[in-house]
Design a protein around this ligand. Structure first.
Ligand code: PLP
Length: 296
């Protein structure tokens, strides 16, 4: 359980954090969020997360602008107070509560700010070692998936269905048959001709921070990748598949709709990218991810 929260400028015990039911996040999901990984006691790519937060707010026409320096301090304090070595910080900004239920946004905004931190292993996890199985479901979300809102019902239902079917997660398929992204991750495959492929950025997917960081890191390692849509069918016959997100980093996907991807084990390209990504965030893969160099 989360013990501590930061709510509207105040650090308090999590069970003392109280919000109005008239908050527009509760009534309309009028709210955005970020989840920033913490490794070795430091937030990973917090700049990119705060850039995306500011963009999400702008795209939704928020008039208030968060105090970036304050948010950075809040991350540091939550990490320190929770003695976090590995885990994440959650940050949410809502358009606030105004004592009623009016659809139009108020002209004078009083946003709600909320954050907390949680310890959790990110690198040495069963997911990273063994990979995950995903199901595919129709992508029934709204059209602006580039904005990171807390309107996450479609994703929650997709993940619930995955669990119900005994799998770990869900990938979402557009009406055109192409995979958009994971329910809370970007989707990647390694094709039969060894190309690393992930969907190009647009309003129909979230521009993942992990995706961006992996992209620059793999380029720096002399690898290339292709940004284009790929279908469920192409994913089913891919050599490898993996997903990227702040809480799973680079997660091998070894099963799609019950069909083994490649050998059914995390593949060599995914392993290499895990190593590249861990190094990029300051980890020593030899120590933090020993399975990468173990005989398989
Ligand atoms: C729909 C969706 N796509 C992609 C991502 C990955 O983004 P990031 O790497 O910034 O965590 C997330 C993260 O929650 C997400 O919800």
């Amino acid at each position: 359980l989360v013990k501590q929260a930061w709510l509207n400028g105040v650090f308090l015990a999590a069970d003392e954090a109280k919000l109005s039911p008239f908050d527009r996040a509760f009534l309309f999901a009028d709210s955005v969020y970020e989840v920033t990984a913490v490794y070795d006691g430091r937030p990973v790519d917090l700049d990119l997360h705060l850039d995306r937060l500011a963009r999400s707010l702008r795209e939704l026409g928020f008039t208030s602008v968060p105090d970036r320096a304050q948010l950075m301090q809040v991350h540091d304090r939550l990490i320190e107070d929770n003695a976090l070595k590995e885990g994440y910080v959650y940050l949410q900004v809502t358009r606030g509560a105004y004592g009623g239920r009016d659809f139009p946004a108020p002209s004078v905004e009083r946003p709600t700010y909320f954050a907390f931190a949680e310890a959790r292993a990110l690198i040495d996890t069963p997911t990273a070692r063994n990979g995950i199985g995903v199901i595919t479901v129709d992508d029934i979300r709204w059209a602006r998936r580039d904005i990171k809102t807390t309107g996450l019902l479609a994703q929650a239902l997709a993940k619930t269905e995955a669990k119900r079917r005994g799998e770990d997660d869900a990938w979402l398929v557009g009406s055109d048959g192409f995979i958009t992204e994971g329910a809370s991750a970007n989707a990647w495959i390694v094709t039969a001709d060894d190309k690393i492929v992930t969907r190009d950025l647009s309003t129909i997917i979230l521009a993942g921070v992990t995706r961006a960081r992996l992209a620059t890191s793999l380029a720096a390692a002399g690898l290339s990748f292709v940004e284009r849509p790929f279908s469920r069918e192409e994913a089913l016959v891919a050599r490898e598949a993996f997903a990227t997100s702040a809480t799973t980093l680079v997660a091998p996907v070894v099963r799609i709709d019950g069909v083994r991807v490649g050998s059914g084990l995390p593949g060599p390209v995914t392993r290499r990218l895990q190593g590249i990504y861990y190094t990029a965030i300051g980890a020593d893969p030899g120590k933090a991810a020993p399975w990468l160099t173990e005989e398989s």
